[in-house]
Write a protein that binds this ligand. Sequence first.
Ligand SMILES: Nc1ncnc2c1ncn2[C@@H]1O[C@H](COP(=O)(O)OP(=O)(O)OP(=O)(O)O)[C@@H](O)[C@H]1O
Length: 308
Amino acid sequence: METMLRVDQLSKAFKNKQAVRDVSFDVRKGEIMAILGPNGAGKSTTIRNIMGIMYPDEGAISFSGHDKIPRYKIGYLPEERGLYKNVKVMDILLYLAELKDYPLKKARERALAYLKKFDLEGHENSSIEELSKGMGQKVQFISSIIHEPELLILDEPFSGLDPVSQDLFKTEIRKLAEKGTAILLSSHQMNLVEEMCDRLFMMHNGERIIYGDMDDVKERYANFKCTIRGKNDQHELEGLPDVERVEQDEDTSVLYLTRDVEPVSWLKHLPENLTVQELSIDRISLHEIFIDIATTGNIEQKEGATHA
Ligand SMILES: Nc1ncnc2c1ncn2[C@@H]1O[C@H](COP(=O)(O)OP(=O)(O)OP(=O)(O)O)[C@@H](O)[C@H]1O
């Protein structure tokens, strides 16, 4: 697949804070790439460097192999929401399309079609302040795609949306990728990321710690966990071989197992005095991989396995 965006060894510091260090990744035509990481990991700084809102201290950013990134080919939904409050919806959409040199007639047609799709038909002449927060967010999303960008950067597109609107956004984002748009999506909603994204790029303390195909990453980092329903002593469970940590909630215990555990032979070594009403073994979710990295700093183990 053709590379649309390439970020190569990007570094950026603010005074004495190294916000991004030596970060590289690419986004290809027709894929949804997730950019993930705990608060303060450096995601927005990376995105702002791509958008030219700030400049890298070191490293390079290129678009389809060119150093100069053509702004009209990029769509951007920033984390900070906000459109001119007292301007009419259609006027804003046409104004933003015009800024990107997009033909106005086509922009109007697209705006009407998208407003209909997002249940905002008839709101062309409403001003933004007359809309609810979610409705305003829909208009802002439309403004980021009105000019048919080749690269679309979405910073937390789902925050503040109700489940129906979330589904609308999900469907539209997928459709755009199917039509060939390269999409870089930042989100803290791991279930949505797991469901939608083809590849992911995870940052921690400004550095890249995981990078690869969603399926490969899950197979590689998703250790097994064993859930036991039954009253058991947490310390005893923590003392079992190959158990990294135990979470207990009333009579349910979740045992997070170390990497490379072979579940069948691990089960054979469980003590006979355990109380077991139910027992299941599953792989941890992307959500849990994220928590594991963000809280235990289990990074060295992850780092060796990053791949392009
Ligand atoms: N303009 C700035 N001046 C000084 N420090 C900054 C600035 N912008 C970001 N930082 C610092 O850089 C680090 C990375 O911030 P950034 O906003 O990129 O993180 P993030 O991953 O987007 O976080 P979040 O998920 O909370 O949005 C943080 O420690 C932050 O305090």
